[in-house]
Design a protein around this ligand. Structure first.
Ligand code: ZN
Ligand code: ZN
Length: 648
């Protein structure tokens, strides 16, 4: 029999018969490893313990300690186990597909009656039985004819359609969990008992069209989440409850920040309160950029397709662009434009006006650039995932030698901003050269070293993501962790020798010859829209005082206090505080409750005692006790708190 060489993570190479399975390999190393094994990585591909290996490969054996593969198997096996449970309870339900997703999986079913919460409980109980039965998992390759015959005889029209969709020549793999069978690429565990029985939960049911096509039947999608142990599941459920309470769409209504409507999908109608947050944040960012040597520009929204063809967007990004056709006067055919999805090509146009010398570099060109990108309606999410947004965008034109110092400068810039905005936990990811790339290894070495050194010099060690860079250059990504432990990628720093080449940007070097500049595309917040969504959820609506759209409500207890209420509002307004009066003929407790829901950080109540003493009764959001302060003292305190962190 032919022999193959398998290379292990420690560099050891061993010979095996061609067709050996990872289960046999593990057994050959140590019976204890064979027992702990759950799957393998074979040349970087997640590999079932039962699949044969036919040629030389790099191999490592996965156990439950390997989080990535373990969670993938747990969630994927649970998708099968759930589908089996549903068909055991309701044999007439048709099965479709069930992929793994963040934290869990879903599976789409065709069933006439809707699944109820009681049904979900019943399914969960049945799933636990299946897990406890420790049913073996096995797999076989089938012919197309056998698969079609099987699913036709079982009355599973969706599976028949799926089999037809699999390209000729591609293996048709079947998996069995006990006697229950599904068409699946795998890999899977070896028996159902390897799935932790107490670390999953079915969360909800939603409608979903078959294959996402609104002309096809509406199916019922059951969602589940799963982890390695009960504690992780509990922590996740607590996080979900917290996240629901903080949902920016709910808080956006309660705080009257913005709305969206179907005439402008994925675009935001900012109300005065929301726009106050937006402009306060933008003013702050503008000051930071000025301080760091950026020049601010502004570029057109509607740009002829010729520029997008030159930049490569027309070829690679066309399906995400809003096209605007115009009957231009005198033109024989319609002029085709696109709303800009990115600002970069326009910034190169500004760079290209006039001759640039090496003495002009670096040029840090910033724009609060409004962009439009077509996103499918299913991907839209409140103000976090939209079609119209404004980036805190900038492009730094520089030499390769300047990349390191410019990158370091940006990391320090971003660190200060995140800290000012209340995010102390964040990390940097460095993505390096992919297999398919342009440019010499020598240039790649320099580019990667520049970004890596910049991180270390700024004092932020990076996590390495080999092979994840763009085809033309490496990049840094900055990921925030919010108050409830969720990660948000906001900042980016993408090095780019490619666009200056495509758009023919150049400068005159010290040697008197023409050179190409490098570009650094960089953003700190990402987009204002998404970042404000993150801020709202991170702070659960209780924004830092300087960002709160309504900072103070001065509320009368009796109408005789009205003149003093107006005096207090005026004093606060003149001191730079956003203050408003509430002199409605309502009980003070009613007013306090209403403004607390609106997340107003400070409410000042004024009755006759306060009028006589020229004091205010101060109630701060989230506290039940009140304190009495003089007018002068509260104005001094709040005017100081209203200052943005960089102006204190
Ligand atoms: Zn599967
Ligand atoms: Zn850019």
């Amino acid at each position: 029999m032919a022999q193959i060489s398998l290379t292990f993570p420690d560099g050891n190479i061993r010979q095996f018969d061609a067709g050996v399975t990872p289960a046999q390999v593990a057994q050959a190393i140590a019976p204890s490893l064979a027992k702990a094994a759950i799957s393998a990585m074979v040349d970087g591909q997640h590999w079932d313990l039962q699949w044969p290996i036919r040629s030389d490969a790099r191999i490592s054996i996965n156990t439950m300690k390997d989080d990535g593969p373990a969670l993938e198997l747990i969630r994927h096996d649970l998708a099968h186990i759930m589908a089996r449970a549903v068909q055991e309870i309701w044999p007439d339900v048709k099965v479709t597909i069930g992929p793994v997703r963040d934290y869990g999986w879903f599976y789409d079913f065709d069933r006439a009656e809707p699944f109820t919460p009681d049904d979900l409980g019943q399914i969960e109980a049945k799933m636990k039985q299946i897990i406890n039965a420790r049913d073996p998992v096995r797999t076989e390759i089938w012919s197309r004819a056998d698969a079609l015959a099987y699913y036709e005889s079982r009355g599973e029209p969706y599976k028949v359609e799926l089999v037809h969709k699999i390209p000729e020549g591609q293996d048709l793999r079947m998996y069995w969990h006990g006697d229950w069978q599904d068409l699946c690429r795998g890999p899977h565990f070896q028996h159902t008992g390897q799935v932790p029985a107490d670390a999953f939960k079915l969360t909800h049911v939603a409608g979903a069209y078959w294959l996402g096509d609104s002309t096809r039947p509406m199916l019922q999608r059951i969602y589940g989440v799963a982890f390695k142990n009960r504690d992780d599941l509990k922590a996740h459920m607590t996080m979900l409850e917290e996240a629901a309470k903080r949902d920016h769409r709910k808080l956006g209504r309660e705080m009257n920040l913005f709305h969206m409507q179907e005439e402008a999908p994925g675009q935001i109608f900012w109300h005065p309160n929301g726009w106050t947050i937006y402009t306060t944040l933008q003013d702050y960012m503008r000051r930071q950029q000025r301080r760091d040597g950026y020049v601010e520009v502004n570029t057109p929204q509607v740009v002829n397709r010729k520029l997008w063809e030159a930049s490569g967007h027309w070829e690679n990004y066309r399906e995400n662009m809003f096209i605007v056709e115009v009957d231009e006067e005198g033109a024989r055919e319609k002029v085709v434009n696109a709303l800009k999805p990115m600002n970069c090509p326009c910034h190169v146009q500004i760079f290209n006006v006039g001759l640039k010398s090496y003495r002009d570099l670096p040029i840090r060109m910033a724009e609060f650039g409004s962009c439009a990108r077509y996103e499918p309606s299913g991907a839209l999410h409140g103000i976090m995932r939209v079609r119209g947004f404004t980036q805190d965008d900038a492009h730094i034109f520089c030499t390769l030698e300047q990349v390191e110092s410019e990158s370091r400068k940006f990391i320090e810039f971003l660190a200060k901003i995140y800290s000012d905005l209340g995010f102390d936990k964040w990390r940097v990811k460095l993505s390096t050269r992919p297999e398919k790339r342009v440019g010499s290894d020598e240039i790649w070495d320099k580019m990667e070293a520049a970004l890596a050194n910049a991180c270390m010099a700024a004092g932020y060690p990076y996590e390495l993501f080999p092979g994840e860079g763009a085809f033309y250059a490496p990049k840094l990504e900055f990921v925030l962790t919010d108050a409830i432990g969720r990660d948000w990628q906001c900042g980016t720093l993408q090095l780019d020798p490619n666009l200056p080449e495509r758009l023919d940007a150049s400068y005159i070097g010290e040697d008197g010859a023409k050179h190409r500049p490098f570009m650094l595309h960089r953003a700190c917040l990402g987009s204002f829209e998404r970042f404000i969504g993150i801020l709202i959820e991170n702070h659960a609506g209780k924004l830092p005082f300087w960002l709160a759209p309504r900072q103070v409500v001065v509320a009368s207890i009796v109408s005789d206090a009205d003149p003093f209420v107006e005096e207090v509002v005026t004093a606060l307004t003149l001191a730079g505080v956003r203050a408003e009066a509430d002199m409605r003929n309502e009980k003070i407790n009613y007013k306090v409750r209403e403004h607390s829901v609106g997340k107003v950080p400070v409410i000042l109540a004024i009755g006759m005692k306060e009028v006589e003493e020229r004091t205010v009764s101060v109630r701060r959001l989230g506290e039940t006790r009140t304190e009495t302060m003089t007018l002068e003292a509260i104005v001094a305190e709040l005017s100081a708190a209203a200052l943005p962190p960089d102006m204190r």
